[in-house]
Design a protein around this ligand. Structure first.
Ligand code: CP
Length: 359
């Protein structure tokens, strides 16, 4: 069964096919109306969302299909203690495809172990957000005309920003990508992305804490919100919450064709004075999200049982009761799932579900 839990579940060719299909949908919307008639998408959102849930809903409606689900787990049997796997077993009786957002990392992955319909990860904790990645890739392609060869700056909360982690994974498969990581020390990119993705795939990256210094060289500036809801310590959040603000003065330092992306919502990291700058692409990015999710739904429904689009093969997980995942927000520390591990770069062992270090 073809699912989308992590950007690496799609080959580079499959990503390019989805982006190309989204561009075709934009050019010929009428051709796709009715292509999902009598099909149902379930949106299981255990965490708040505006763009992702509503764009999935709009996408399925434009394709002629129907949508069911919940946006507040307290209104479902989750509030009675139903597990992720039981919920998915049940919803798979009613729906043809499921999009799930969950605050616990690895929850969509354990859903795939029992699901009879494709599962789409619509964001799991700080871990991964692959449909935002498809949105970002389509936006970069439409704004700049190409993805290969870009210099992209990621600015803000690179520690908890799941959209950043996923986009770097996807970009690592394109040619000549340069990454500038702009963050305070407390919000730096996790080691597993630097080591297992950038170092392994040969992506050039450097770290800085100065947006002014970095902005002149960028083709894309990817701003992010500091994710208050992920901090375990409120004082730490208060120290870093206003680290970077994009304003008209800083835009004046940038290339004339630089594209500003942001997965949104924003809080105060992009002033509204930037919104009318033609380089501000973040609201166009939102609309691209609907088209790319239309393309993803059509593709997964076509590929779900096609051996040519099988899930990538991984080394078998490590079973070792002496090891423990260090992440309190991992599914293996929140529901009864056997802790599993994988060998990562530099001899490090990481959690199978959330990529955290082990002890
Ligand atoms: N970009 C994004 O995931 O937005 P929502 O949280 O509103 O879905």
């Amino acid at each position: 069964m073809k699912h989308l839990i992590d950007p690496t579940d799609l080959s580079k060719e499959e990503i390019d096919q989805i982006v190309a299909l989204a561009e075709d949908i934009i050019a010929h919307r009428e051709r796709y109306q009715g292509s999902m008639a009598h099909k149902k998408l379930a949106t299981l959102f255990y965490e708040p969302s505006t763009r992702t849930r509503l764009s999935f809903t709009a996408a399925m409606m434009e394709l002629g299909g129907n949508v069911l689900g919940f946006s507040n787990p307290q209104n479902s049997s989750v509030s009675k203690g139903e597990t992720v796997q039981d919920t998915v077993r049940v919803v798979g009786c009613f729906a043809d495809i499921i999009a799930m957002r969950h605050p616990i990392e690895g929850a969509p992955l354990v859903a795939t172990e029992v699901s009879r319909v494709p599962i789409i990860n619509a964001g799991d904790g700080s871990h991964s957000h692959p449909t935002q990645t498809l949105t970002d890739l389509l936006t970069i392609k439409r704004e700049l005309g190409h993805i290969d060869g870009i210099t992209i700056g990621f600015c803000g909360d690179l520690r908890f920003g799941r959209t950043v982690h996923s986009l770097i994974k996807a970009l690592s498969r394109y040619k000549d990508i340069k990454v500038v990581l702009i963050a305070p020390d407390e919000l730096r990119l996790p080691d597993y992305i630097k080591q297992d993705v950038c170092d392994k795939m040969g992506v050039q990256y450097r770290e800085t804490n100065s947006l002014d210094e970095a902005i002149p060289e960028l083709d894309v500036l990817y701003m992010t919100r500091v994710q208050k809801e992920r901090f375990l310590d409120e004082d730490e959040f208060d120290r870093v919450k206003d680290s970077f603000v994009l304003d008209a003065r800083r835009m004046a330092l940038a290339k004339p064709k630089m594209a500003v992306l942001h997965p949104l919502p924003r809080v105060n990291e992009i002033l509204t004075e930037v919104d009318d700058d033609p380089r501000a692409a973040y609201f166009r990015q939102v609309e691209n999200g609907k088209f790319v999710r239309m393309a993803l739904i059509v593709s997964l429904m076509e590929w779900k049982n096609d051996p040519a689009h099988a899930m990538p093969e991984h080394e078998a997980p490590i079973h070792n009761p002496a090891l423990h995942c260090t992440n309190p927000k991992c599914i293996c520390n929140n529901e009864k799932h056997e802790p599993l591990f994988r060998h990562a770069e530099n001899g490090i062992t990481r959690c199978w579900y959330c990529d955290s270090k082990v002890r």
